[in-house]
Design a protein around this ligand. Structure first.
Ligand code: PEP
Ligand code: MN
Length: 339
């Protein structure tokens, strides 16, 4: 439930309420950046049957949240969450672009791609150092060496790093190098990983599971938020359908639907969402036009030789065009492309 306090309620009254709820076995949360002072309380509401919380000093109203996800819901926090990482903003009216190769293959290719992506205006460098591959014989990533190259390439170009965490044992290592932790589609319901992500301060981008409903996706985010990490970005990356012309079906209606249900930033990944280079430009444009708070796109200097996902990677020259188009579309709908 949410407890809404009257304007001007004293800190002491808020603290009293917090202590009282905690004594009833509730966990309490105070979101930052909302107009009103509100408190989220999660626990067994039957314990409150004969305890009229609305009679407490300062309380304006007590609102139950019927949805299974609470902290990430719009009911809990009306305003968009804006995640600010070293001055680069995600959410609100900002459109952020994450670009880079599927996998970090070597230092030279990454330095080149990062430089080109940054020149086109991208502020976030993506690249996998630990890769979730369908085949155990396929390239699995460079591990820590790849993380080092990511940090070096990002720092050289004033960019942030986003990279995937697959194993809780790599958490400290990944946090040392990255600005955003990516949780891959295949791990969206790895509850141990989700719990661990709740305990760190590094922002997290959750990718939608291949067969996950939006409710399941939001419940994954709730795991992270309930652990104490509210800096979560939701990424629509395509789902499995009967269609075989594309690798996945990019569910763009998920963007406005998620934005109506959650205050968290929602981005789209047309690379994994379609698996086809010829779809990246139109579907990136469509994502931003649909209101996405950003996109993730795979860029490679030589897609035909890429060690993973070459089919869905665009060339740096095409990325230049993409950024110019996104700038126009973002402006047309009153948003700003981070550039
Ligand atoms: C990726 O971003 O390279 C990736 C593996 O994505 P997903 O988890 O969406 O398949
Ligand atoms: Mn990939």
């Amino acid at each position: 439930m949410i407890i809404v306090f009257k304007n001007g309620t004293s800190q002491e009254d808020i603290k009293n309420m917090q202590e009282r709820l905690e004594s009833y076995g509730f966990q309490t949360y105070l979101p930052v950046g909302t107009e009103k002072v509100v408190m989220g309380a999660i626990g067994d509401e039957t314990a409150l049957r004969d305890k009229p919380l609305s009679a407490f000093p300062g309380v304006e109203k007590v609102v139950p949240i019927a949805k299974p996800y609470k902290l990430v819901s719009r009911d809990f926090k009306k305003d968009d969450t804006i995640i600010d990482i070293k001055g680069i903003k995600m959410g609100g009216g900002n459109v952020a672009v994450m670009a880079g190769p599927c996998s970090v293959e070597n230092r030279d290719m990454l330095m080149y791609i990062a430089e080109r992506a940054a020149k086109a205006g991208a502020k976030i460098l993506r690249g996998g150092a630990f890769k979730p591959r369908t085949s155990p014989y396929a390239f699995q990533g460079l591990g820590e060496e790849g993380l080092k190259y990511l940090r070096e390439a990002a720092d050289a170009n004033g960019m942030l790093v986003i990279t995937e965490l697959m194993d809780p044992r790599d958490m400290d290592l990944i946090c040392e190098y990255t600005d955003i932790i990516q949780l891959g589609a295949r791990n969206m319901q790895n509850f141990r990983l989700l719990r661990d992500l709740g305990t760190v301060k590094t922002p997290v981008m959750l990718k939608r599971g291949l067969c996950a409903t939006l409710k399941e996706f939001l419940m994954a985010a709730e795991y992270v938020a309930s652990g104490g990490n509210g800096n979560i970005i939701m990424c629509e990356r395509g789902i499995r359908t009967f269609e075989t012309e594309t690798r996945n079906t990019l569910d763009l209606s998920a963007v406005p639907v998620l934005q109506s249900l959650t205050h968290l930033p929602v981005v789209a990944d047309p690379s994994h969402g379609t698996g086809r280079r010829d779809c990246i430009l139109p579907m990136s444009q469509a994502s931003v036009a649909a209101g996405a708070d950003g996109i993730m796109v795979e860029v490679h200097n030589c897609p035909e030789d890429a060690m993973s996902d070459g089919d869905q990677s665009i060339l740096p020259n095409d990325f230049d065009i993409l950024m110019d188009r996104l700038d126009i579309i973002a402006n047309a709908i009153g948003k700003t492309l981070n550039r």
